[in-house]
Design a protein around this ligand. Structure first.
Ligand code: HEM
Length: 378
């Protein structure tokens, strides 16, 4: 009698488990199909500005300035993001001598042209921390002596073209509305809950949480040894494009970085200095463009979407060389801190597009002005 009861209970549990498994699989298949349907082309090749974006931008500026105040050092106001530099280095950016005609756009119009540039390498965090801590790593390039009309009408004599990137291909939010909600929650100390703002499951952003976790990656061996992505899109002449910078050691003399002590707080600076200043070996990268194919799912207004390489390949347009140099001096480090990079410092041919870039236009300027004015007042 007891055995029969146990057997029946066992059969019942097994059937329930099978049902649950089946339902789980069905749910997963439906979710995957829904995601694929939602994330399929064609997409717009134009910007689409939602209502209320500029009011949200003002809110975000206030949060950003609050963060700068929170993290100020005793003698300096730092950047709101990418506060810690590994160094600012001089670089040469050479347009490929045999660049295909359709890729000759903007600063890449003249094959073989060499631009002098400054590059700032950084950790992403809002305040300086040990390099061994998981983080995004930043690369900001500033091409100098740029002829032509600048995008920012109030800075006509800037004569620069900036490319501002970090080490992950997509962003942890889609747009300005989500950025405002997420960053305000994070500034209040709610790290994971920032991605689950209410009880309504439709507001949950589990995929964006995974992107945020993947962006905070272990450190590379050196700032010269990792890839950097624009994440957000830009004009590329008439086309829309994202860009990235990849290490290209094959174009430089062979070099093996001696093992660095990753327990030291600033080992990424030491690695850069070891290569460029002590061993006097240059570092090489390529600058690449990925043009939008609007028939594929390559949206302009959603920075959480990585444009897939199977949909549009990256194409090399220029080579970047960091020559041997002594960059780690007190005077050069202060000058580095005082530089400002901004995706809107540049020319029309590379105009930043999409919501996150429109937001950055106001925020970078406000934060940069604020920290410069506070530092000048000290
Ligand atoms: C598309 C994604 C983004 C990328 C690739 C990116 C990358 C970077 C990098 C590399 C820097 C350091 C620049 C330097 O070396 O001086 C930086 C600075 C900064 N970022 Fe971003 N960022 C992104 C999105 C944002 C967003 C959405 C905001 C806020 C609205 C933001 C706010 C800032 C601010 C305020 C600074 C400091 C500006 C200064 O004080 O000069 N960033 N960003």
């Amino acid at each position: 009698m007891l055995i029969t009861l146990w057997l029946r209970l066992g059969a019942f549990l097994a059937k329930t488990l099978l049902w649950l498994l089946g339902l789980g699989l069905l749910g997963w298949a439906l979710a995957t199909a829904w995601f694929a349907w939602q994330h399929s082309g064609p997409v717009s090749a134009q910007e689409m500005i939602p209502d209320g974006e500029s009011a949200m931008t003002q809110d975000i500026i206030q949060t950003a300035v609050r963060i700068v105040d929170q993290h100020r050092e005793s003698t300096r106001y730092l950047r709101d993001a990418h506060a810690k530099a590994h160094g600012c280095v001089k670089a040469e950016v050479q347009v490929l001598p045999d660049l295909a005609a359709e890729l000759r756009q903007g600063v890449f119009s003249e094959p073989g042209k060499i631009w002098q540039a400054n590059i700032r390498l950084s950790n992403g965090n809002a305040y300086p921390q040990f390099d061994s801590i998981r983080d995004a790593r930043g690369m900001a390039i500033k091409l100098l002596n740029m002829p032509g009309k600048q995008l920012l009408a109030d800075q006509p004599a800037r004569n620069e073209q900036d490319f501002v990137m970090f080490s992950h291909p997509n962003f942890f939010v889609s747009d300005v509305a989500e950025y405002r909600q997420n960053v305000a929650a994070q500034a209040d100390g709610k790290k994971v809950m920032a991605f689950f703002p209410s009880w309504d499951p439709r507001s949950w952003q589990a995929r964006h949480l995974l992107i945020a976790l993947a962006t905070l990656a272990p450190p590379p061996d050196s700032p010269t040894g990792t890839a950097y992505f624009s994440v957000s899109p830009y004009k590329f002449g008439e086309a829309n494009a994202k860009f990235r910078v990849m290490p290209d050691p094959d174009n430089c003399p062979a070099y093996t970085l001696p093992k660095q002590n990753h327990d030291l707080p600033n080992f990424l600076r030491s690695a850069l200095s070891q290569q460029l200043s002590t061993d006097r070996v240059p570092a090489c990268f390529v600058l690449q463009i990925q043009r939008q194919d609007a028939n594929k799912y390559m949206p302009i207004e959603d920075t959480s979407i990585e444009w897939r390489e199977v949909d549009a390949p990256f194409e090399t347009v220029a080579r970047i060389t960091l020559p041997p140099q002594d960059f780690d001096t007190p005077a050069l480090n202060l000058a580095c801190d005082n530089l400002s990079f901004n995706p809107w410092f540049g020319v029309e041919a590379h105009r930043p597009i999409g919501g996150i870039n429109r937001l950055r236009k106001a925020v970078y300027e406000a934060v940069s002005d604020y920290r410069h004015s506070q530092n000048a007042a000290q």
